[in-house]
Design a protein around this ligand. Structure first.
Ligand code: FAD
Length: 518
């Protein structure tokens, strides 16, 4: 069975046993990528359970160095998580709820360690929100059964998508693989089920005795980042001021975006030099805000009070948040997309170039294509890149350099503060034409035209490639072919490492040959 089915059947098959488990001394919520205390479905359920039984709620987070490795977690993302845990610990402590954080070196030991901890706390019920990556679904399916066999209950619920995967089907009963019809169905489904947008309350205050009873959990410190994921002092300073963390920051950012900028989103979202997008991806990835809240808050500002119609900026923004749901649905339906396989099997046989010098030039932002270099330097400096530029550099890596898209996908995960398996794999599938997107492989981005169209004055390039800051708006997109070669050379800016026109031909034939040999 697909991993989601393994978990769903484990939940169904144990439903009766789980219902029979009596609440003992405590109920536990296991935080994963849902680091917020408001609008958190599993946390609200755990709180209700504890409250009804009059026992304390305990919250827990497991730091797993092996998970960080397996998920290619960027050090900046690990740091953001640990900082966020501090905020969450303080928020929960105000409700007399402890947040206990422990490092478990080997991921396969996590389920047993949780059982052990629950034994120590006298806890009977564990709650968590579902994650859709294959390993997590399989692990949790086994845990659900194991808990039931140990006279405990583990309940895992949908929370991260606005519409849980599995709810939307085509007229013929299949899962959607194309965004536009899926999106229409997503909007209609939400309009028919408005409770999907309802806010979950924060957990209730624990009984006063919880402070004494679980003192050691309140006092336990937050572990440091594993050595290979630790930031340097300079990076810490930079990233902490660039990326304030926590759910209050996330909600504040959403409100400000909706107040000041969402109206202009439709027109500005593709211009990387503009502050035109929400920059909420870091929070959506850490779970410091829910997609549900994003959509609800934006919808409430729309004069139609709907997801569509009304303000162009609002509807476009909601349709972008929907992409996040879409790629999760794709991951659930075709789990191999996050296992280094192209969505379309016929794209498995392309002969990629493994030119390490080209790859290094791409990573470091010295390809001689200013828009590509600006974007890669933005990523390396901020842990973030504008969406338009993510598309440009992904296409450039796969098509112009004919490098295996998986190398780019991995580099992104290792550097993004918002690194997210489903969205990253979806984005790379789009950029390299190996994903669900129906655009044919022979539509190849021309980096020069992209640069002129989306950074017409060169402001974005000037910011990230200071060697070119004195060039005119015309010269800056292609210095060596537009008469600014000597100036660029003097400042040490490289010549183009490949010729786009011939690379385009090379890519077309490599893709064609790969598909035909399938
Ligand atoms: P906004 O424009 O304000 O959009 C709001 C939210 O909608 C985003 O925060 C995000 O959660 C969601 N969203 C918007 N566009 C997309 C999209 N195309 N796909 C999925 N969700 C979207 N996004 C990630 O969150 N993590 C990734 O690892 C990631 N990797 C990507 C790799 C490639 C090659 C490409 C082309 C795109 C990738 N994206 C990824 C999608 C997108 O680039 C970012 O979500 C967006 O740039 C984040 O900025 P923002 O929060 O200001 O977005």
């Amino acid at each position: 069975p697909r991993p989601i089915e393994a978990l769903t059947s484990a939940l169904e098959e144990t439903a009766r046993e789980r219902k029979r488990v009596d609440v003992k001394d405590a109920v536990v919520h296991w935080f994963k990528m849902d680091l917020r205390h408001t609008d958190n479905r599993a946390l609200a359920l755990a709180s209700n359970k504890a409250h009804e039984a009059g026992v304390p709620l305990i919250c827990m987070y497991i730091v797993s160095p092996q998970d960080f490795e397996a998920h290619l977690r960027a050090p900046v993302r690990v740091d953001f998580t640990l900082r966020t845990l501090q905020v969450l610990k303080e928020d929960l402590a105000k409700l007399d709820i402890p947040l206990y954080i422990e490092t478990v070196e080997k991921r396969k030991e996590i389920p047993n360690r949780i059982l052990e901890l629950m034994g120590e706390w006298g806890a009977s019920h564990l709650f968590a929100n579902m994650e859709y990556e294959v390993d997590e679904l399989r692990r949790e399916a086994a845990m659900v059964r194991d808990f039931a066999a140990n006279d405990k209950s583990f309940e895992v619920v949908h929370d991260t998508c606005v519409v849980p995967p599995g709810n939307l089907q085509t007229g013929t009963g299949n899962q959607y693989a194309v965004y536009s019809p899926w999106y229409r169905s997503w909007v209609a489904h939400i309009h028919d089920n408005l409770d999907l947008l309802e806010l979950f309350d924060p957990p209730a205050q624990n009984p006063g005795s919880a402070r004494e009873q679980f003192k050691q959990l309140f006092d336990a410190p937050i572990p440091a980042a594993p050595k290979n994921k630790a930031l340097t002092k300079e990076e810490k300073k930079r990233f902490h001021s660039l990326w304030p963390c926590g759910e209050h920051e996330a909600l504040g950012r959403l409100d400000k975006f909706c107040e000041e900028r969402i109206g202009g989103y439709h027109d500005k979202r593709n211009i990387p030099s503009e502050n035109g997008t929400s920059c909420l991806s870091v929070h959506l990835a850490a779970g410091t805000i829910s997609a549900r809240t994003c959509v609800r808050v934006a919808r409430d500002r729309n004069k139609t009070k709907k997801l569509n119609g009304g303000n162009d900026g609002i509807q476009t923004w909601i349709s972008e948040v929907a992409w996040r749901d879409f790629y999760r649905h794709v991951l659930v339906n075709w789990p191999y997309v996050c296992m280094n396989k192209p969505f379309k099997p016929e794209y498995s046989n392309i002969t990629w170039s493994y030119d390490e010098e080209h790859f290094a030039a791409w990573c470091e932002g010295r390809t001689g294509f200013p828009i590509v270099d600006a974007a890669m330097r933005q990523l390396n400096h901020l842990g973030y890149m504008h969406n338009r530029c993510r598309m440009v550099v992904a296409s450039f890596l796969a098509k112009d350099l004919l490098l295996d898209w998986r190398k780019g996908e991995k580099y992104f995960m290792e550097h993004l503060i918002d690194g997210d398996f489903a969205s990253n794999s979806g984005g790379w599938g789009f950029g390299a034409s190996v994903g669900v997107d129906p655009q044919p492989y022979f539509r190849i981005f021309n980096p020069l035209l992209q640069s002129q169209k989306f950074d017409p004055n060169g402001d974005y390039i000037r910011k990230w490639v200071p060697e070119l800051k004195d060039l005119t708006s015309k010269e800056i997109h292609d210095p060596y072919n537009r008469g600014a070669g000597p100036k660029a050379k003097k400042k040490g800016y490289p010549k183009q490492i490949v010729d786009h026109k011939s690379c385009r031909e090379r890519a077309l034939s490599a893709y064609r040959n790969g598909i035909e040999s399938d």
